[in-house]
Design a protein around this ligand. Structure first.
Ligand code: ADP
Ligand code: MG
Length: 252
């Protein structure tokens, strides 16, 4: 039997040699990811930083099975994501993963509570207690409001309540605080940070160094390659790695 004390260290997601290019009309394809290795442990929050255009979002989407890789392997809890059919991949994303984007992606015609309940309805499961899920993100009494009646920070908290209500194994967040002020952004990070425990993990893409430093580990990307990896990062350490990391691909 597995020692429960070891479970938090067990790998949740393993990616090896991930390569990805995009076709360009009447030109050679643009290579975005150049053989990337990533390990995310259970209970861990991993942040990914890098200059704009370094491939952060593309990497996140590949890890989450939203984009197909050209080559390389991605395993999620022992399942080879890169080898799944479209329909199995969609089911895996729906049942085991959660996504938070900079733009909230709420359905404007539905109330906050209906937005939170929607994924369970789509899965054909019993709807979660949306009011409780909203209370857990500090939005008691807001369940009846439409997204347009909420501030950006409140909308992002609805988006997070929607994700967390399903208790996904991995939450993938792409610049989730990008449109928020510092205080509101910190609340969002607290919620993501709290999710990364036990056997649940978070992968956070951000250009905010303080946000990135909330993670257990940080990967620094440049030109589609991992150029540094920091454990128990500080914002200053990440900044130094961003500026000092050799573009040739050495891992610090
Ligand atoms: P980041 O999130 O670090 O800013 P992205 O992953 O969004 O970087 O993009 C990395 C590079 O890939 C950029 O040069 C971008 O123009 C290119 N790219 C991203 N998505 C596409 C796409 N669908 N088609 C063509 N090029 C793309
Ligand atoms: Mg991006």
């Amino acid at each position: 039997m597995t020692d429960p004390a070891l479970v938090p260290m067990a790998p949740m997601l393993i990616a090896r040699g991930v390569e990805k290019s995009y076709p360009v009309r009447r030109a050679s394809p643009v290579t975005v990811l150049r053989g990337i290795d990533v390990l995310v442990r259970r209970g861990e929050m991993l942040s990914i930083v890098g200059p704009s255009g370094s491939g952060k979002s593309t990497l996140l989407y590949c890890l989450a099975g939203l984009e197909r890789v050209d080559s390389g392997e991605i395993s999620l809890g022992g399942t080879r994501v890169d080898a799944l059919s479209q329909s199995r991949l969609a089911k895996l994303r729906r049942d085991r993963l959660g996504f938070v984007f900079q733009s909230y992606n709420l359905i404007p015609s539905l109330s906050a509570g209906e937005n939170v309940a929607l994924p369970a309805r789509l899965r054909g499961c019993r709807a979660p207690d949306a009011a409780a899920a909203l209370a857990a993100v500090g939005l008691s009494g807001h369940a009846h409001k439409r997204p347009g009646e909420l501030s950006g920070g409140q909308q992002q908290r609805v988006a997070i309540a929607r994700v967390l209500a399903a208790r996904p194994e991995v939450v993938f967040a792409d610049e989730p605080t990008g449109a928020l002020d510092t205080t509101t952004g910190a609340q969002i990070l607290d919620l993501l940070r709290a999710h990364a425990s036990g056997d649940r993990s978070v992968v956070l893409v951000t250009h905010d160094l303080d946000a990135a430093a909330r993670a257990d580990r940080t990967l620094v990307l440049r030109d589609g390659a991992v150029v540094a990896e920091l454990t128990r990062p500080s914002a200053g350490g990440i900044l130094a790695a961003l500026h000092g990391a050799a573009p040739s691909g050495a891992v610090a």
